[in-house]
Design a binder for this molecule. Structure first.
Ligand code: GCB
Length: 605
């Protein structure tokens, strides 16, 4: 390389870094995207697989001023351009890359996505590009200019593109990188597949100059007839009137924002409560200036009293199941409304009134369909196993993912529990980290219950104790245990008693055993349906005897891929603890649990 060229590249690198530093953060999250005017950017996207990140770094590993995001093409036959989106391969968006191309099954690294589009601005003043999720890190560019970066694979983000988008020949380029990181959330080690890509919907969102960015409308904690929350406008430079209407309940309320566009809301209303038996949703419209935004919202209260969980003031037992965000019949990440209906429909058939959406925020169809079907939801962030408790950036990352999750879903009546962690190891740094998340969640949402899936310990060989010190800060104690699978034979459950010193409800957030559908044998033989069913039988007998047990979400409804499960012919990289096979066949344990849940529902515990 000549000296001037090297200097030029260095300078370009510095400029690119400076530009990147300016445009890093996504814009404040727009909520209820389903209720807005959008232009879908789903479909086929051109891709470049870039394991060495050549499109981002030069040979000194300095960021390039003009990387693949420039979408360069040779201007003359003598020009050297070593990539070409237009003749590259394509992938579907939404969708993970691993399940779309056999060569990408184990791929962890960068893939560049490009979508070209024309855009006619139908009177709208402002435009945002919205991503339902990209796993894990996304660098976003429109027409060669960097919009910013988002970290975290399961929550939405958006950038304003009002001044950048043009009528013809836009090109949106996203560098998606799913390399696992020690300081990431989740970290290097998980029991689920690291599906990479633009895994959820991508759309342009049109809004007026001033618009309803967000609102929080739920029953005030503990009251059946008072709606409390707030509205937030974007683009308001002075005080504004906002009208909230629930026509079916005869509600029309006007509030006035402050100069920043924020207004608290508080009014009384006679509303039929949302419940699994009667999942009533109301049309709620929030209007300000030229904007009017409608959502379907349910209203219910959720509290604890001693060891009871009270839904609308009445004790409820959470008949649940855990679910990963995977499309069981198709394979790969679930992303569509049909996927959500299939998974949650199976949960209903099992007799559930509750689902644990493990181990990260699922796509928005899941929580909206749960609202519609009447399933209570445990919603979780991927603070899983042993992340870096001492790293302030890891904390900030987890805090942001929690905030994005709550921001997106806080009006879903189905969500009763925010969970901040799964099977995290006891210790001071971890306690401080998780208390920080709990405090933040309570500030963002004072109406819901806080939980975490913790571990239990043996006080003596026959006594299990649930006494993780994090419990002091939780409303509901979550506990994972695998008695009969990782911990002794199935009948070990018969010999155990449980101690739960805190006067709080306990939810057994995981239990289970692996089996292949159609694999039959002796009850003592691993991987048979008989073994799995036996574990469920003994577990149910044991669980019945835990006085403060108020719910359970066994592991797990359907198949999910896992790199930790290589056993040939049995696992083949799937965690096999599912109750329903990937051809939809119900295993014996499905019917054991279904019978238990049906009896509970009929009041026979
Ligand atoms: C657990 C984890 C879950 C695993 C499960 C298993 O405790 O929370 O992510 O998949 O056990 O199957 O071992």
């Amino acid at each position: 390389m000549t000296q001037t060229r090297v200097l030029g590249q260095l300078l370009a690198g510095v400029l690119a870094l400076a530009g990147a530093a300016q445009a890093q953060q996504p814009a404040p999250l727009i909520t209820n995207v389903q209720g807005r005017h959008t232009t879908s950017l789903n479909g086929r996207w051109q891709i470049i697989i870039d394991p060495y990140e050549n499109g981002y770094y030069d040979y000194r590993h300095e960021p390039l001023a003009s990387g693949y995001f420039a979408n360069a093409r040779p201007a003359s036959p003598g020009d050297l351009v070593e990539y070409d989106f237009d003749t590259s391969e394509q992938l579907n968006v939404p969708g993970d890359w691993n399940s779309q191309d056999e060569r990408l099954l184990f791929y962890e690294g960068t893939i560049w996505y490009k979508k070209s589009f024309d855009y006619s601005r139908q009177g709208s003043a402002r435009v945002f590009v919205y991503f339902g999720a990209a796993n894990y890190e996304a660098d976003v560019y429109l027409n060669g200019q960097k919009l910013g970066r988002h970290e975290g694979g399961f929550t939405p983000f958006n950038f304003e593109v009002t001044g950048l988008v043009r009528e013809k020949d836009n090109f949106l380029i996203v560098k998606v990188d799913n390399k696992r990181r020690r300081d990431g959330v989740p970290t290097l080690n998980t029991d689920w597949w690291n599906y990479g890509g633009l895994t959820r919907d991508v759309a342009l969102v049109d809004v007026p100059a001033m618009f309803v960015q967000d609102c929080f409308l739920q029953l005030k904690k503990g009251t059946a007839g008072e709606v409390a929350g707030w509205v937030r406008l974007n683009g308001a430079s002075s005080r504004q009137q906002v009208v909230i209407e629930i026509p079916e309940a005869g509600i029309r309320q006007t509030v006035t924002t402050n100069e920043e566009g924020f207004a608290p809301v508080d009014f009384t209303a006679r509303l039929q409560p949302w419940s699994p038996e009667s999942p009533k949703l109301y049309q709620v419209t929030v209007s300000a200036g030229a904007d009017s935004l409608t959502d379907r919202i349910g209203f219910r209260t959720i509290q604890t009293r001693g060891t009871d969980i009270l839904l609308n003031g009445r004790p409820v037992f959470l008949r649940g199941i855990s679910i990963h965000e995977e499309a069981p019949l198709r394979g790969g990440r679930a992303f569509s409304e049909d996927d959500a209906r299939l998974l949650l429909g199976w949960a209903k058939e099992l007799g559930c009134n509750f689902v644990r959406l493990a181990h990260y925020p699922h796509n928005e169809h899941m929580t909206r369909i749960a609202d519609e079907m009447g399933l209570m939801v445990w919603s979780e962030i991927p603070v899983y196993w042993t992340i870096l408790w001492d790293d302030p950036q890891t904390f900030e990352n987890a805090r942001r993912q929690l905030e994005e999750n709550i921001t997106r879903d806080k009006n879903r009546a189905s969500i009763i529990l925010w969970s901040v962690a799964n099977e995290t190891p006891r210790g001071d740094a971890r306690l401080k980290f998780l208390k920080g998340l709990i405090d933040h969640a309570r500030q963002l949402d004072p109406t819901r219950l806080l939980t975490a899936a913790n571990e239990r310990r043996y006080a003596d060989p026959r006594t299990q104790v649930v006494d993780d010190p994090l419990g002091d800060d939780l409303d509901v104690l979550g506990c994972n245990e695998y008695v009969g699978w990782y911990d002794g034979p199935p009948d070990k459950a018969d010999r155990l008693s449980w101690k739960v010193p805190l006067d709080k409800p306990l939810v057994m957030s995981e239990l289970g055993a692996g089996a292949l559908f159609g694999n039959h044998g002796d009850r003592g033989a691993r991987w048979t349906e008989e073994y799995q069913a036996d574990v469920y039988e003994h577990q149910i007998t044991m669980l019945r005897n835990i006085p403060s047990l108020r719910g359970m979400s066994p592991w797990i409804l359907a198949d999910f891929r896992s790199p930790r499960r290589p056993l040939p012919r049995i696992q083949d990289f799937y965690n096999r603890k599912r109750l329903i096979s990937n051809r939809g066949e119900r295993k014996q344990a499905f019917y054991v649990l279904q019978r238990f849940y049906q009896n509970l529902e009929r009041g026979r515990r």
